[in-house]
Every structure is written in structure tokens, then in C-alpha cells.
Design a protein around this ligand. Sequence first.
Ligand SMILES: [Zn+2]
Ligand SMILES: [Zn+2]
Length: 48
Amino acid sequence: METPPGECPQCWYHAHFSREAHAHLAPGQDCPACVDHMRNGCPGTARN
Ligand SMILES: [Zn+2]
Ligand SMILES: [Zn+2]
């Protein structure tokens, strides 16, 4: 799996493979990684 250029690998993965990326979360629980990027932006990308 390759992240498209300019995309945040974490956000891309969590968006497109949500079931895998969030498999460890309880139902309805927020994903800490996603919340972190939503609030603080994505390190290493221009999309802040
Ligand atoms: Zn997530
Ligand atoms: Zn991100």
C-alpha cells in the first residue's frame, strides 16, 4: 500500500482502511491518532 503524494500516511490509511486502522478501538471510541491530526495538523505534510 502506498500513500499518494501529498497525503498524510496516517490520515490516508485511517480514512481508506478505517476498519483495520481502528480495529483496536471500542465502538464509538474516537481514534486518538485521527483526533491528534485533526486538531494539530499532519506533521510532514503541507496540509496543516
Ligand atoms: Zn484513526
Ligand atoms: Zn494526518
